[in-house]
Ligand binder design. Structure first.
Ligand code: NAD
Length: 481
């Protein structure tokens, strides 16, 4: 059985056997590798390696750092199938999805930031005869990067690529539930000959390894993607040391279907936004708001489409819904289905464990995708992030009510609007209290845009120049003429 190792200072570090934990394949419920939990001393080794590598890496011309990122991207692309299989094995997601989305997007992340850093410039301000000033933007030092299990390589690379491009060195920790693609990435960096210590990958649990990274005095900035509860904890730990932080947290996103929407496109888009990756994407539209005039028809058609989704073997080409990431996570989702019943909701379809799984998969963490109706906006099921293949549908009377319901949770990550009315699309998009709004689409990416949420969905922005600004410190220099 594979034992995953830390990658520190360009060396593979075998963990203390006492720290090894089972890594379980969600598709089967079987242990298939063992993952270590880095203690504070191991994190300290990683930070020291990153500190030692920092001056040379920071002083490389941007084009040389860009070339390293391109080399990493090329190697991931060349090993696409191995990465996609590891991603599917770790998460339970359909292999076809990992091939189509996760791994290609991770490759794009490295390529995008390789290009971006060669185009990154800083400001100069002309003060006329008095003088001028300019702003130097320099890398900061060691970046601590912590990512979740739902899109393991994609989100890991979304942090690592800009941090390295900007000239920082990195100590990164993937989720302990999904360590495989991070380990393959370390192998890629090793094979590419990336200078030792530039990227260090340590594995382990959040409270032990994660907090050791966050609180280490040698780590100058933290970029975290994960749950709101852990984001709050990290903000509290980082604040006394005045560390720069970026937090990408949970969501409870609304999909709003207006009466003038292209009905078929809205139905297909709503289905995709609700259930892609078993509903385990922070941007999934789990609250579906439908204009009263369409409500009955839309619920009936959505339920019919959801029943057609094929649940099962992640390796089968025609699987739509694979396994949830862990037994504990499925138990959490099932708890919310019980809560939905207790709150007076109706489960129109799904929410049960499939009984027709192929041999060998009976121990996997599968769940039939569920559609719930009859719950008001204030119910816990409509307020709290479930993060599974579960959507609720609510009717609304007019634009004002749609906006009010959409904005009624503490979260503010994203929203989707389906309408053919141009002015309505602009007006409603501006009124939604979210960092991202998609109109007649979902999950379209333009890597140049600042990505992120507001309120309890996070602070700071990733993507494009925002990420390069986060990973650099401005210094203003005033010149008197
Ligand atoms: P999580 O918060 O439990 O864990 C995320 C990471 O933080 C893991 O690597 C974990 O080991 C680590 N961690 C846990 N406790 C820690 C601590 N005390 N100190 C430091 N690190 C700690 O989240 P998860 O269950 O892995 O992921 C699901 C969550 O992530 C959902 O809430 C989802 O919405 C969110 N998410 C947000 C975005 C976004 O861009 N906004 C993207 C993907 C996922």
């Amino acid at each position: 059985m594979e034992i995953i190792r830390h990658y520190i200072g360009g060396r593979w570090v075998t963990a203390d056997p006492a720290t090894l934990m089972d890594n379980i394949a969600p598709a089967t419920g079987r242990v298939y590798s063992r993952v270590p939990c880095a203690r504070a001393a191991t994190v300290d080794d990683a930070v020291q390696a990153a500190q030692a590598a920092f001056p040379a890496w920071a002083n490389l011309p941007a084009a040389r750092r860009a070339a390293w990122l391109m080399a990493i991207a090329d190697l991931i692309e060349a090993r696409m199938e191995a990465f996609a299989r590891a991603e599917s094995l770790d998460t339970g997601k359909p292999l076809s999805l990992a091939r189509r989305m996760d791994i290609p997007r991770a490759v794009e992340n490295f390529r995008f930031f390789a290009h971006a850093i060669t185009q990154f410039s800083s400001e100069s301000h002309d003060m006329g005869e008095q003088g001028f000033n300019y702003t130097l933007r320099r890398p900061i030092g060691v970046a601590g990067l912590i990512s979740p299990w739902n899109l393991p390589l994609y989100l890991f690379s979304w942090k690592i690529a800009p941090a390295l491009a900007a000239g920082n060195t990195v100590v990164a920790k993937p989720s302990e539930i999904t360590p495989m693609t991070a380990s393959l990435l370390a192998q890629v960096c090793d094979d590419a000959g990336l200078p030792p210590g530039v990227l260090n990958i340590v594995h382990g649990m959040g409270p032990e390894t994660g907090e050791a990274i966050v609180t280490h005095p040698g780590v100058s900035m933290i970029s975290f993607t994960g749950s709101t509860a852990v984001g709050r904890r990290i903000a509290g730990l980082a604040a006394p040391a005045f560390k720069k932080i970026s937090l990408e947290l949970g969501g409870k996103n609304a999909t709003i279907v207006f009466e003038d929407a292209d009905y078929e496109a809205a139905l297909a888009g709503t289905l995709r936004a609700g259930f892609t990756n078993q509903g385990q994407i922070c941007l999934c539209g789990s609250r579906i708001l439908v204009h009263r005039s369409l409500y009955e028809r839309f619920v009936a058609d959505l339920v019919a489409r959801v029943r057609q989704l094929r649940v099962g073997d992640p390796l089968a080409d025609d699987t739509d819904i694979g396994a949830l990431v862990s037994q504990g996570h499925r138990a959490k989702v099932l708890h919310y289905l019980d809560l939905a019943r207790a709150e007076g909701g109706t489960i129109e379809t799904g929410g049960t464990l499939p009984d027709d799984l192929p041999p060998g998969l009976e121990g996997g963490y599968y769940l039939r995708p569920a559609v719930i109706t009859g719950l008001g906006p204030g119910c816990r099921v409509n307020q709290e992030e479930i993060f599974g293949p579960v959507v609720t549908v609510q009717p609304f009377e007019d634009d004002a009510e749609a906006v009010r319901i959409a904005n009624s949770t503490p979260y503010g990550l994203s929203a989707v609007i389906w309408t053919s009315h141009l002015a309505r699309a602009h007006r409603v998009a501006a009124q939604l209290a979210t960092g991202i709004v998609w109109v007649n689409s979902w999950l379209v990416r333009d890597l140049r845009t600042p990505f992120g949420g507001v309120r309890q969905s996070g602070i700071g922005r990733e993507g494009g120049l925002e990420a390069l600004r986060f990973f650099t410190e401005p210094k203003n220099i005033y010149i008197q003429l």
